[in-house]
Design a protein around this ligand. Structure first.
Ligand SMILES: C[S@@+](CC[C@H](N)C(=O)[O-])C[C@H]1O[C@@H](n2cnc3c(N)ncnc32)[C@H](O)[C@@H]1O
Length: 228
């Protein structure tokens, strides 16, 4: 069964508490990682950018503030898009409801495509990456932010404790939804390692693929290009 309908319903349910939960759970670091994403997506000549799985719109808003280019913020959760629109009503962002598996955009229209916490939520990350590759112009940049399974080193037991017990408990207290945040833990532990995800980017056609980890190796930002 496809993950899509359940994921959509889950984000529709937590939309109103999503930002607060993010700030608490990441000890206030989440915006720093988004700024890093935006920096890596940088292209002073960019005319049009897409922020896929935009959620409540933070990356899309940072893209507008940083580069001033036209930005499309796309997501399949209408409640997340409503939050985004009301948070950033004064910004020129084109909010679009769509599914990342089947983007309603022509080939080669965007100078950059960013996405935060999308690939862990789809059935076939490779398929989504090919869609992203299709809508990027030649020379365009892709930047992905997601959680990543931590390495099994000395701090692994602490991270495991934080993910298994603290995150669902915070989800219950702050978002009134323990299940959604237990899903975050499960989907992170089952997700591709950063190295494997980098290979998927290359298989989708991207070049210059690199990644950097944050937060004790539990967050990874991947970036790459669609070469000329
Ligand atoms: C964890 S939120 C991330 C939001 C935002 N990018 C951020 O940095 O906070 C994940 C978002 O991905 C969206 N999403 C998941 N699967 C999707 C899909 N197949 N197509 C479009 N959006 C999707 C969800 O609706 C949700 O808003």
């Amino acid at each position: 069964m496809s993950k899509g309908p359940g994921v959509q319903k889950m984000f529709d349910a937590i939309a109103g508490r999503y930002d607060m939960m993010n700030r608490v759970m990441t000890l206030g670091q989440d915006q720093r990682w988004r700024r890093f994403v935006v920096k890596k997506a940088g292209n002073p000549d960019a005319e049009m950018s897409l922020d896929l799985a935009t959620g409540t719109g933070d990356i899309a808003a940072l893209m507008v503030d940083t580069y001033g280019a036209a930005v499309v913020g796309a997501d399949f959760s209408l409640n997340m898009l409503f939050e985004a629109r009301s948070r950033f009503a004064e910004k020129q962002i084109n909010w679009q409801a769509c599914d990342a598996n089947n983007l309603p955009f022509a080939d080669r229209v965007f100078d950059s495509v960013t996405f935060g916490y999308l690939l862990r939520n789809v059935d076939d990350a490779g398929k989504v990456l090919k869609e992203v590759f299709r809508v990027l112009r030649k020379g365009g940049k892709v930047v992905c932010l997601d959680t990543t399974p931590p390495a099994k080193n000395m701090i692994y037991p602490f991270l495991q404790f934080y993910f298994r017990f603290c995150i669902p408990a915070l989800g219950k207290i702050i978002a009134n939804d323990e299940t959604a945040y237990a899903y975050l833990t499960g989907s992170t532990m089952e997700f591709y390692t950063a190295e494997k995800l980098a290979r998927l980017f290359k298989e989708a056609g991207f070049t210059q693929v690199r990644f950097q980890k944050f937060m004790f190796g539990t967050i990874a930002v991947h970036w790459g290009e669609k070469s000329d």
